[in-house]
Design a protein around this ligand. Structure first.
Ligand code: ATP
Ligand code: ATP
Ligand code: MG
Ligand code: MG
Ligand code: MG
Ligand code: MG
Ligand code: MG
Length: 268
């Protein structure tokens, strides 16, 4: 700026290093809650899934998508959210530190700002924090595999946690006993324990727990009626305009169907 005239101190700017993200790559910023195991305990999160906490995470991610530029999809589960900038984005000249810190701070401040909408009278006991990292993916296949990896992680953890907390809360096992019981079990064993001992069909568990949450931009047609005056006569007309809105999806994003239904997310 003109006020910041050149001074003999200017040279220190040259100590800044270049962190421009390689062109043509998707830029992924993943956030993860700091020490949320403890945060969940101290704020009495329901086990294994607290819907207030999941709702607040998604509300905060929505704020990130709406306030920042060029994010085409976000995917969240547990205390983490990934944000994907379109590969042609030139926001902040693709500077990694700018993108990552804007995502992390917008998300963190939203988490606090919207806390009350999800937790009501239950107080927020201390300011939560989130770490961030930046990863570049050069191809659509790589990006899809990244998101598949996070959704597979959601599935593995949720299956484990669902059995674990069934054994503890309904089966009367201690947490140590439940851990022992599950050592060395594969997915089939866990499904079987759930079904035979707790009458739970894992596939009927809530979709948003099993699949996590994908946020994308979608065109929504909004129809409103307006009163207009045409040569002193009141007339009612319907106006349809399409607006882009962030929508939430709790579906499989590993297979092709989701991507075929939303071809605008990926670029060639
Ligand atoms: P950018 O997003 O690029 O940082 P900016 O609007 O934040 O844009 P800055 O160069 O960071 O631009 O300048 C911050 C501006 O915020 C100041 O120019 C001033 O107008 C305002 N500001 C910040 N702190 C104060 C303060 N304590 N009192 C009054 N104004 C303030
Ligand atoms: P780090 O700081 O290394 O990330 P962490 O304690 O946050 O440590 P994570 O691996 O990120 O460890 O795990 C997050 C933990 O937060 C989960 O294991 C779970 O205990 C808790 N948690 C997060 N979201 C929820 C939720 N919606 N419902 C219940 N528990 C949750
Ligand atoms: Mg400033
Ligand atoms: Mg972690
Ligand atoms: Mg964490
Ligand atoms: Mg985590
Ligand atoms: Mg500023």
């Amino acid at each position: 700026s003109p006020v910041m005239a050149k001074s003999k101190f200017e040279y220190v700017r040259n100590f800044e290093t270049d962190d421009t993200c390689l062109r043509n790559c998707y830029i992924v910023v993943r956030l993860d809650g700091r020490n949320f195991h403890k945060f969940a305990d101290q704020h009495n999160f329901a086990k294994p899934n607290d819907d207030r906490a999941l709702g607040l995470m998604t509300r905060s991610a929505r704020s990130v998508m709406e306030e920042l530029e060029d994010i085409v999809i976000a995917y969240g589960q547990s205390d983490e959210y990934s944000f994907v900038f379109k590969r042609s984005s030139n926001w902040f000249k693709r500077r990694a530190s700018k993108l990552m810190t804007h995502v992390a701070s917008q998300f963190s401040s939203s988490y606090v700002f919207y806390w009350r909408d999800y937790f009501g009278e239950q107080p927020l006991l201390y300011p939560p924090g989130f770490d961030g990292r930046v990863v570049l993916y050069p191809s659509n296949r790589n990006l899809r595999d990244y998101l598949s990896w996070r959704q597979a992680d959601c599935h593995i953890n949720n299956l484990y946690n669902t059995v674990f907390w069934s054994l503890v809360l309904k089966g009367g096992l201690s947490t140590v006993q439940a851990e022992d019981r599950l050592k060395g079990t594969v997915a089939g064993d866990k499904n079987e324990i759930l079904f035979s001992e707790f009458n739970i069909n894992y596939n009927n568990e809530p979709l948003h727990h099993r699949k996590g949450t994908a946020l994308i931009w979608e065109k929504i047609d909004e129809t409103t009626t307006k009163q207009i005056k045409v040569s002193n006569e009141e007339k009612e007309v319907t106006v349809t305009r399409s607006r882009k809105r962030v929508t939430a999806h709790h579906c499989d994003i590993i297979g092709d169907q989701f991507w075929n239904e939303h071809p605008e997310i990926l670029e060639d």
